[in-house]
Write a protein that binds this ligand. Sequence first.
Ligand code: ADP
Ligand code: MG
Length: 511
Amino acid sequence: MNDNQAFFDHINKGYITKGDFITMGAAMYKGETIANAHVKIPLKTLNRHGLIAGATGTGKTKTLQIIAENLSEQGIPVLLMDIKGDLSGIAAASPGHPKINERHEKIGIPFEAKGFPVEILSLSDQDGVRLRATVSEFGPVLLSRILDVTTTQAGIISIIFKYCDDNKLPLLDLKDLKKVLQFATREGKEELEKDYGRISTASTGSILRKIVELEQQGADLFFGEKSFEVQDLCRIDENGRGVINIIRLTDIQDKPKLFSTFMLSLLAEIYSTFPEQGDSGRPELVIFLDEAHLIFKEASNALMGQIESIVKLIRSKGVGLYFVTQNPTDIPDGVLSQLGLKVQHALRAFTAKDRKAIKLTAENYPISEYYDTKEILTSLGIGEALISALDEKGRPTPLAATMLRAPMSRMDILSEQELKDHLKKSKLIPKYNEEIDRESAYELLNDKIEKAEAEEAKVAAKKEREKLDRGSSNSSSRNRRTSATEKAVIKVLTSATFIRGALGVLNKLLK
Ligand SMILES: Nc1ncnc2c1ncn2[C@@H]1O[C@H](COP(=O)(O)OP(=O)(O)O)[C@@H](O)[C@H]1O
Ligand SMILES: [Mg+2]
């Protein structure tokens, strides 16, 4: 038996699978692609999470595209975080290329060109289905983590949520939350302290500052109605293909806090609404995070802990998370240790630091008698990667340097016009893109303050009248009288109604 035959058997035995699977490509040995030595990932293991890593331009995003397409074809919905805006082409068929045919001949899979069902979503006012969540859905715990507040301040946030719950004040957007926080140390001070204990102005002040910081990253666009139902991410089209949801995040890559807020709320929402999954053998939803280092970049320890535990928990809901990033060291160890699939594209060895990272990366892969892992990490070509997966029984598969298949859809983006036409066909845009600002905590509290102050003014005016009726009418007292009534009127004018109007204008300006 020659060397190549032994290698072929080694791969075929290691990647054997009885259930449904996706084919990534064919294994390579001594720089040659071994036709039909297919590297297959069982669908059953796709909720075990994964990593796609490698230097810029080595093919990470295309690998994401390949996996997404093949999942869609098997009727599994996908969610892609499109940080660079380079994924919309999945909706159109590949124009094909002689090089692609050549690649597929080597692999031993016929090439087919086709587009896939795509829904485009957005966190901001870019085109696409608007993704929003209300502050109450977000909840006090997550909010405290995101705002990175102290334990005392987190306690106050919980009180605020409880107070709003008890008093039927809907917390929809950040405007509501800020209003209640202000109310708690001013007009509502007595009322809240009676039932919930002391709330210090210093603490609410700090919380308010943190909220403003979050707003400056554009979070006011994200909080509010109509809130997105995560089940809408799990649609199947009329041909039984899973919908590929693409969230365009091009305008928030410099806003890591907003990005992690959104990711965490999405994962929490999925975790709380998806049913616990038995052993169905198929994932419910597979999520890819391109440029994943962005979520971890400015995450506090508390937030990191939250991410680690949700990564662990969400698996039982049949949801797989795939991190796409340049270097595996971008991902915290607690997350890295939970990943079942690893697709490592080429790494570059320019600096001493690079070489150290390569050594570290190589050590994290299973030992193979066929490869020198460290050497192969720097010699892989574009669209080739070192793969280590889990087989159906959860055992690691043999390490395989893989010639990856090409995407069936277009590798380039949709044109402006194509995108416009595509968005017109969306069924979710009419459902989510209407602006709603229903009566919530902000308006209700303003009403309450307004009424209290009007009442106060009435009492003051009555007192004045009584004084007047008692007959004193010298000019100085009339002056005093006028000024007191005037004060009451001014107070009413400058209170709630006026402030609400001014804020309304401000809000419009900021949008
Ligand atoms: N599997 C593949 N099949 C064919 N061409 C590929 C493949 N992977 C990468 N390429 C080529 O390499 C280029 C860069 O790939 P890309 O995925 O954008 O890299 P990265 O995300 O790592 O920066 C693509 O535009 C494409 O021309
Ligand atoms: Mg990329």
